[in-house]
Structure formats: C-alpha cells, structure tokens
Design a protein around this ligand. Structure first.
Ligand SMILES: [Zn+2]
Length: 596
C-alpha cells in the first residue's frame, strides 16, 4: 500500500513537472509553429531563381526565401526516375523510390488492370467525392502505393491526430503523396470541370467550405483570367498552363486554411501545396521560353499575395509559419534548343523502340508470331514487360528481362538508322569501304542508350559502386510487374514534340530543384553545398520533435539552424487568452535550459 502511495506521488510529481516546466525547444506539441507549409513547384529548376531574380517584384514572393530564408542553391534529388509522383512522394517521405515505392506517375500492374497502366494514386476501392453530377466517380484515389510514412503522418501520429494535415494541387498525385496516408484530406481538380474534388478515402462528402468555393464562380473567373481563346471543355488543359491557375489554386489553399482552421489548433498543423501550372506549361514550351519566364514571374506575384494573406490570417502572423520551398523535379531543355548549341539532344521514337524490342523477342521466343512481349503506353525510364506472354513461352522473369536488356542496343541503333541512314555500300567486293565524306555542318542528334538495368538487377542491388549506381539503386520499386530501366544519353527523351520537353532522367537538369526554408528556426543566408529535397522532411521532423518518416534518408540541415535560444515566435493573441484562463505562463528565465 505504501509502495502504491509512493508510485502515485511519483506519478503526480512527473505530471506536475510535465505541466509546469516549459519545453526546452519549441515543437509541434506546443503549437510552435502554428502552421508548416511544404510548397512544391511542379517542374521548377533551381537555376530559374538565379536567372530571373531581377524580375521578382517585391520582398515577399521568392525573395522571402532568397533574402529572408535559408536558401540552398545546390539541391539535387539523389535518384534517377525524376517524375512527378516519385518526386512528390520523396519530398513527403524523405525517402526515394526504393523506400517509398512510388516509381512513376503510372505503371502496368496486370493484377489490378489488364487494359491500361494504373495511376500512382488511383484506388478502385474508393470513389471520387465532389464530382459534377452524372460524372464518373470511380476509381477513387488514395496513397495505397505509398510504402512509407510522410513527415505529416509522423506529426499526426505523435500528436495522436490533434495536428491536422492536408494536401492541395491541381493534380491528384501531387496532392495525395506529399501529405501521406493519415492526412485529414487531399484536394485536387476534376480536370474537365476544374472543381476541387477529393476521394472517399478521406471523407464521404466535400466539406461545406469546399463546396462553397466550387460554386462561387471562381472557375468562371479563372477561365476569364486565362483569356484563352481555346475552350476544349477541359479546365486542366485550357486554364492549367496559364498564370490564372496559380491564383485559382492558392485561393483554394486559403479557403482550406480558413475552412479547416489550420494554424489555430493546440498543436502544429501542416499543409502541402503543389503548384501545377509551371509543369503543365513547361512541358509545352520548355524552360527557356518567354512564356515560362512570365509564368515564374506570376508565381512570384501570387506567392507574395499568399504570404501576405498568411501574415494576416495565421495567429501571430508569418512569424508563426514555417515554409519549405522545393520542386518535384527539374526539366531538360527543349531538344531543339540544346541541339542548336551542339548537344546530342535527340527525341526518341518510343513506339519504334517498343516495336523493335518486341520484334526481337518474337524472333527469339516465338518465331513467325506477333506476341505482345512489351506492353503498350510506355513511359521512360521504365520499360514494362508483359509477364503472361513470357510465361506462356516458358520464360521466367530473369531470362525475360535479360533478353529485353540485350535487345536494347540494336533497337537504339535501328532508331539512329531511321534518322540518318548509313550511306549505301557500292564498294566492289573485297575493296576496303571508303571513309564517309566529312560533314560540312552539324549532323542531326542521334538517340543512344547510356545504361539499362533489369528489375531483378535493381532488386538485388546489382549496380555499380559509384555515385551513378546510387542514383539507380534509389530508383528501384517493388510496385508493378517486370521491367527494365532504360537510360538514354543526356538531353534525350521520348516524344517531346517540336517545342516540348520532358523530365525522367538521372541527369542533373532533372534533379536540380530549389530548397529554401523560411521560419523562426532558420538562419537567413545562402548555403552552398549539395543538399537533397529529402532533407526537408528530416529537418522538419527533427524540429517538430516527432519521429523521422518510416523510410527517411534525409539529413537535418543543421548548417541553417539558429541556436535554440535565439528562436522566437510571435505570441498569438489567442494563446495569451488561453494561458490567462489556466495554463501556466511561459517563464522568461532560462528555466527551460534545466529540462533539456
Ligand atoms: Zn512534376
């Protein structure tokens, strides 16, 4: 009995200690900061910020980071499949594809769909919520394929769901993946109508504030602002590539913050925002076009308005918000632009490549037949095989992938010959072939295979022990079926069209993205030296006092952290009121140092 009393007394002391001694550091648990925002620009290379810095209009858009934040100009993804879904997943989870499972925007998974590749976030077990009446609502969407937790998930776990986490984008994958499995909600648009929707994975119906936004006439306004003469009836295609869509998306983010009271809870809230328009436009016109420059300037102006809005609407203002700025991937120059400067920037005829490899497989395994060994709708860097076709021919996965890998050099040679046929051999038999006449101007760029890896090689870690090998190892995904990873030379890509471009490679232009941190703990400055986007989740988890995401490989950006004693947050009016009603006042003395 006496022992029980002693334990009870001990528990009481412990409880009182927990209540009365202030925490050593500000963390999510004492709502410092009120709100964390991970701001992702879809397809945005870090060099844009240096290139167009003189354009930026005031001190509150990109300059908030460049002049008042910790700015890392040398941030590179450390993997080779630089596409939208894996990039967003990497930012949220602090892990690459080998950790979070997201290898591409879509992939063949014949167990789930035999007719087409599945998207990274589609989920037939759920329905879309908020679609216009009469429109198809299935499949729904979820983070089903995401194999790791996000920093938002860890925040939700550690606060037992008190912290609220949301994701927003025009694209489903960009809203869902960075926020994570425990997110309270993710919102993206129905491409046709432009209405913001969600999935029954999160909620059975749209929140009232979202319905109000969708019905507010904002869609019509965005169409008018876009001023496009083109009206294909698809909001994503018509308005998405215009600057009007940036304001449209950020207005929805403001409606969400207000509607869900983000920044007004007892623990820290988190919002991931992915601005899609930079990517939708960028694919069409390339990174060096005047159109993309105008887009970047518009993003700057819209961010300035958004940050000013946050300053007014988050308790205590912008000083109570942390913002990370980054991108899901960079982009290659338009091949014609790069080729004009002398690079071997060729477009790759993907249909021709697939046909050639498929013909080689038929010749090897089923002569005279037309079996579909390689699946259609291919999207580099992964070339998806058709396992049932190989199985019927008695070929297992290692042999099938090995055969495809061996067929690739000849298939690339055929693509080259289609562009620049070799001169006809008219040399008499026995005589040495004359050297080809020297070219008097630059020859056309030619597709060339740099490296390839089978799924089996990746799963077994059979990559070179080099920097390049690490990029490849980080690109392994267990999602989907059999595949071979195909890496052409730098500046080459499948089907960019005449003015378009793409991103999907291990090359630096696809991996170079901004990383900047704004907020109380970050010492303003320019920090040279390699960092990675996965460092954001690691750094935020550390500062919020929560666990690292389950597969996190990021480093904590300690070089940009102020000493804890110098980190100050504005005191929101609401907090002062709460404390007067009963919670103890934070001591001004250094009492916190006694409880490290
Ligand atoms: Zn993207």
């Amino acid at each position: 009995m006496r022992q029980l009393k002693r334990i009870a007394a001990l528990l009481l002391i412990c409880t009182l200690t927990l209540v009365y001694v202030p925490r050593a550091c500000a963390t999510a648990y004492d709502d410092h900061p009120k709100l964390v925002i991970i701001l992702i620009l879809d397809q945005f290379r870090a060099d844009y910020l240096e290139r167009y810095r003189a354009d930026f209009k005031d001190d509150n858009g990109f300059d908030l980071f460049l002049n008042h934040g910790a700015w890392f100009p040398d941030c590179y993804f450390d993997y080779a499949n630089t596409k939208t879904a894996p990039g967003h997943a990497a930012i949220g989870t602090g892990a690459y594809t080998d950790g979070n499972g997201i290898g591409s925007n879509s992939w063949w998974d014949l167990a789930r769909n035999k007719k087409r590749p599945i998207s990274a976030v589609e989920d037939e077990r759920y329905a879309l919520v908020g679609m216009p009446a009469g429109e198809k609502t299935t499949p729904g969407a979820s983070p089903l394929n995401l194999l790791a937790s996000t920093v938002g998930d860890e925040l939700r776990l550690d606060t037992l769901g008190q912290s609220e986490v949301f994701g927003v984008s025009l694209k489903d994958r960009a809203a869902i993946l960075p926020a994570g499995a425990t997110a309270n909600g993710a919102f993206w648009i129905d491409p046709v109508s432009g209405r913001f929707i969600t999935s029954s994975y999160y909620m059975p119906q749209l929140p009232a504030w979202a319905e109000v936004f969708d019905d507010s006439g904002r869609i019509v306004q965005a169409r008018q602002e876009a001023g496009t003469m083109i009206n294909t009836g698809n909001f994503f295609n018509d308005v998405g590539p215009t600057t009007a869509a940036v304001g449209y998306e950020l207005d929805f983010a403001e409606a969400l913050i207000t509607g869900e009271n983000l920044g007004k809870h007892e623990t820290t809230d988190m919002l991931t925002i992915s601005i899609s328009s930079t990517d939708i436009l960028g694919h069409r016109v390339g990174p060096d076009s005047p159109e993309q420059r105008a887009m970047i300037d518009a993003v700057d102006a819209n961010l300035s308005d958004f940050f000013a809005w946050l300053d007014k609407n988050i308790p205590g203002g912008l000083g109570n918000v942390w913002i990370a700025l980054t991108a899901d991937h960079g982009v290659a120059p338009v091949p014609a632009v790069a080729a004009k400067l002398g690079l071997n920037a060729a477009g790759i005829d993907m249909e021709g490549l697939v046909k050639d490899v498929n013909d080689a497989m038929n010749m090897k395994f089923s002569p005279g037949e037309q079996v579909e060994y390689i699946l259609p709708d291919q999207d580099l860097p992964y070339l998806a095989l058709n396992p049932p076709a190989f199985t019927r021919a008695g070929i297992d996965e290692p042999e099938a992938e090995d055969a495809v890998q061996r067929a690739l050099p000849a298939a690339f040679a055929d693509l080259r010959n289609a562009i620049a046929p070799p001169p006809p051999a008219e040399t008499p038999i026995g005589a040495p072939a004359p050297p080809p006449p020297p070219a008097m101007s630059k020859l056309p760029p030619l597709p060339r295979l740099y490296r390839s890896y089978t799924r089996v090689q990746l799963a077994q870690g059979q990559v070179p022990p080099t920097e390049f090998g690490r990029l490849i190892a980080h690109s392994y995904t267990p999602n989907g079926g059999w595949y071979v990873m195909v890496i052409p030379d730098a500046f080459q890509m499948g089907g960019p069209g005449r003015t378009g471009t793409n991103h999907y490679t291990p090359y630096s232009y696809d991996r170079h993205v901004p990383l900047a941190l704004y907020g109380a703990p970050f010492a303003p400055g320019t920090y040279r030296g390699r960092v990675q986007p996965v460092d954001i989740a690691a750094t935020f988890a550390s500062l919020l006092g929560v666990n690292q995401p389950s597969a996190s490989v990021g480093q904590i950006l300690v070089q940009a952290l102020k000493p804890a004693s110098e980190v100050k947050y504005p005191e929101p009016a609401s907090r002062r009121r709460v404390r007067r009603r009963g919670r103890p006042t934070t001591q001004k003395s250094n009492a916190s140092e006694k409880n490290p």
